[in-house]
Write a protein that binds this ligand. Structure first.
Ligand code: SAM
Length: 221
């Protein structure tokens, strides 16, 4: 069983200080990062890496996102405690656990079966209750739509139309879009049934979004 020591808590405080210096302002996001033991998502051999501001391999060719990226995307969501949120790309479950600190109503979908199973076990073991799904999140989760917020944690070649359809009016989609080397972070808001606004932020590098509207799909353009 992993423990959360004073040393780990100290490392989290230092990480939060760094994220503030890098421009993260949302106090709920910073509090969530300070609360969630990121080292629980790492194998014991790599505990030292858990509080560095870096992405890290989680197996299956995937990564746990850099803390700054998690904080930046979560801040862009403008999360409210009543929001129903969809996360695409459960991965290690860390981003989902951060979302759960702010709203209890989180849906998360993962394409890779072993990672999906591992995250489910992790959530159960830690008493966390997101709605977990295995499948192609590039098509969202139509049976459970609409969502107030959708966050995509893999780099997409396009903004999938299905995700736009699954937003509430006033809903927000945060998604990195670009080529395989670099993606621009976008925040898309559904202001009316058929009206969307788009804001562009800095560039990031994510693992590729797979699936029908992802890099291995037929619906690129
Ligand atoms: N949010 C994760 C975390 O906190 O650890 C990091 C996710 S990792 C950067 C991206 C994840 O997206 C990978 O686990 C990958 O398998 C998943 N993924 C890629 N394409 C997907 C798709 N179409 N649907 C669902 N998950 C997908």
């Amino acid at each position: 069983m992993q423990t959360d020591s004073y040393r780990h808590k100290g490392m989290r405080r230092a990480l939060v200080k760094l994220l503030r210096e890098k421009g993260i302002r949302d106090e709920r996001v910073l509090a969530a990062i300070e609360t969630v033991p990121r080292h629980y998502f790492f194998d014991k051999a790599f505990l030292e890496q858990a509080y560095q501001d870096k992405a890290f391999p989680i197996g299956e060719g995937q990564t746990i996102s850099q803390p700054y990226t998690v904080a930046f995307q979560t801040e862009l969501l403008l999360l409210k405690p009543t929001d129903k949120v969809l996360e695409i790309g459960t991965g290690s479950g860390y981003q989902c656990t951060i979302l759960l600190q702010i709203t209890p109503n989180v849906y998360t979908i993962e394409y890779n079966r072993p990672l999906y199973e591992k995250a489910r076990i992790f959530f159960r073991k830690h008493g966390l209750n997101p709605h977990t799904f295995h499948g192609d999140g590039s098509q969202g989760l139509p049976a459970h739509a609409p969502f107030d917020k959708i966050i995509v944690t893999a780099g997409a070649p396009i903004v999938p139309k299905e995700l736009l359809k699954q937003l509430t009016i006033g809903g927000v989609l945060v998604i990195p879009v670009g080529d395989e080397q670099s993606q621009k972070m976008l925040r898309i808001t559904r202001v009316e049934e058929n009206e969307f606004t788009k804001e562009e932020f800095s560039n990031f590098k994510f693992v590729p979004l797979l699936g029908r509207s992802g890099w291995d799909g037929g619906e690129k353009f």
